[in-house]
Design a protein around this ligand. Structure first.
Ligand SMILES: C[S@@+](CC[C@H](N)C(=O)[O-])C[C@H]1O[C@@H](n2cnc3c(N)ncnc32)[C@H](O)[C@@H]1O
Length: 179
């Protein structure tokens, strides 16, 4: 009997790995989450001067930790883009359970109308961020802010950076760029 459960667990594990590989081949971006602790640090900083009317977008949201945390802080207009159907379905179910108003779009953010965004959260790979930043600069209003986790944008100057872990001397950073 336990042999059957072991086999089932193995098959589910392999299916999930296979799913991630297929999504990676499609997007060239691994499905990795922003650690919740990092998001907590970021939001502690943002909550000082954030308006709850801000139009927020998360580009490639996976489990949408940033979007859910922003909504918890009172932000009302949040859209999360994600190509992985599995993640979108799970997030929509979570949103229903939490009575969340976040809009989850199973859509390529490169094809989306992002012109109304005022704050954009990004955790992707450098080549994809480079292309996305060009789109943001072309389509969004001056003043739109992109918060980027993990690496600097080549050829662009950030106006601010904050540590993901304030207690570590050698911490990674969130970088802030403005259109
Ligand atoms: C590194 S994960 C970050 C997830 C989440 N933003 C976070 O910080 O926890 C990047 C996500 O972007 C998604 N993605 C990559 N390219 C995309 C695209 N063009 N349109 C929509 N989603 C995309 C991937 O499927 C993946 O789930």
């Amino acid at each position: 009997m336990s042999y059957k459960w072991d086999l089932l667990a193995l098959l589910v594990g392999l299916a999930l790995i296979g799913y991630q590989v297929i999504m990676y081949i499609r997007t060239k971006v691994p499905i990795v989450m922003s650690p919740k602790k990092y998001i907590d640090t970021l939001l502690l900083d943002l909550k000082k001067d954030i308006s709850t009317d801000l139009v927020v977008m998360e580009m490639g949201s996976a489990w949408a930790n940033f979007s859910f945390a922003m909504e918890k802080m009172g932000v009302k207009n949040i859209t999360a883009y994600e190509l992985s159907p599995l993640h979108v379905v799970c997030c929509r179910l979570k949103a229903k359970y939490l009575q969340s108003k976040i809009i989850f779009k199973q859509e390529d953010f490169f094809q989306a109308d992002i012109s109304v965004a005022q704050l954009i959260y990004v955790f992707l790979v450098p080549s994809v961020v480079g292309r996305l930043w060009l789109k943001i600069k072309k389509e969004c209003q001056p003043g739109t802010i992109m918060i980027l986790l993990g690496h600097e944008l080549s050829g662009e100057q950030y106006f601010r950076k904050i540590k993901t872990n304030p207690y570590k001397e050698k911490s990674t950073y969130f970088y802030f760029y403005k259109v």
